[in-house]
Design a protein around this ligand. Structure first.
Ligand SMILES: Nc1ncnc2c1ncn2[C@@H]1O[C@H](COP(=O)(O)OP(=O)(O)OP(=O)(O)O)[C@@H](O)[C@H]1O
Length: 303
């Protein structure tokens, strides 16, 4: 559906988005991660036609911002990082305006309004002036304008930024509920990616450094599938020698917790280890894979 082809943005000599290639299909919720200044917002602005690329292209179902801006606007919903909302309008007026800009006719607009007021829980405050809204409600209005025309593709730039924990949860539920669309959501919150995304792209200095499912992202970590073994300290040396001889083991490192057993070629060796250790009498206390957190992987890829 969405296709980025060598998408590039330069400011003077500085390349801030560097030849990105990326495909997004319906049903995918793609978490777009990266440190500050990695180029996430710039990429999103180019996808949505708010910024022109220096070279390369971004298109949805073959339509791009230069040749087919009207078609593109119909296919895409965009929640910008600091969305311009018309402060003096009521929510209803603003959403009517947003629907009109997207070319919705009267009946489509009426249907769209009811749908988004309901989905974004804005029905009760529809007559409130935008300028008087709290941050959480402003973000809901931003989301409502992005989906008023029920587009197949959504680009959401830090949708939960500045929201309190309850509002964050609500926003994530809303995003997860639109999972039939193709969605790109940028965030700095890694739990958010684990909660709603089925793919993760990590951008660093304008380049993609990972494009994976959240689970397979873990394999980038040095301790992926490393097993921690705890046993009577008096036996650790003997156990270490025994394990080091196994073909499926790359190396064994002693630390304060016990032994860290690194598998050969990052394979899953837990079962094989249990099998071999069951025949011994060293009194193993526990054998468990080391838990890897996504923020550790993120740090190792973007340092
Ligand atoms: N108009 C501009 N002129 C010059 N440089 C710019 C301009 N807009 C953005 N940049 C630079 O482009 C780089 C990428 O910025 P961008 O806002 O896309 O990053 P980001 O990944 O969204 O960051 P953040 O997570 O902080 O929002 C940054 O170094 C930024 O300073």
């Amino acid at each position: 559906m969405l296709s980025l082809n060598k998408l590039t943005k330069k400011y003077g000599q500085k390349t801030v988005v560097d030849s990105l290639n990326l495909e997004l299909e319906s049903g995918e919720i793609l978490g777009f991660l990266g440190p500050n200044g990695a180029g996430k917002s710039t990429t999103m602005k180019m996808i949505t036609g708010f910024l022109l690329p220096t070279s390369g292209s971004a298109s949805i179902n073959g339509f791009n911002a230069i040749d087919s801006p009207v078609e593109l606007k119909r296919l895409i919903g965009y929640l910008p990082e600091r969305g311009p909302l018309y402060e003096e309008m009521t929510i209803l007026e603003f959403l009517k305006f947003s629907g009109g800009v997207r070319g919705l006719l009267k009946t489509e607009l009426a249907r769209g309004l009811e749908r988004v007021l309901d989905a974004c829980e804005l029905s009760d405050v529809r007559h409130q002036v935008v300028g008087t809204l709290s941050k959480g409600y402003r973000q809901r209005v931003g989301m409502a304008q992005a989906i008023i025309h029920d587009p197949p593709c959504l680009i959401l730039d830090e949708p939960t930024d500045g929201l309190d924990p309850n509002q964050k949860r609500e926003m994530r539920r809303l995003i997860a509920g639109m999972s039939s669309k193709g969605i790109i959501v940028s965030t700095h919150i890694l739990e958010e990616v684990e909660a709603v995304c089925n793919r993760v792209v990590i951008l660093d200095k304008g380049r993609i450094v990972a494009n994976e499912t959240p689970e397979s992202l873990m394999q980038f970590h040095e301790k992926y599938r490393v097993i921690c073994l705890k046993a009577n300290p008096d036996n650790l040396l003997e156990i270490k020698t025994f394990i080091e001889e196994k073909q499926y083991v790359a190396r064994v490192v002693t630390d304060a917790d016990g032994l860290n057993i690194y598998p050969d070629q990052k394979k899953d060796i837990e079962q094989a280890l249990w099998q071999d250790l069951r025949q011994t009498s060293w009194g193993i206390h526990s054998l468990s894979p080391i838990v890897i957190r996504m923020d550790d992987v993120f740090e190792s890829l973007t340092q």
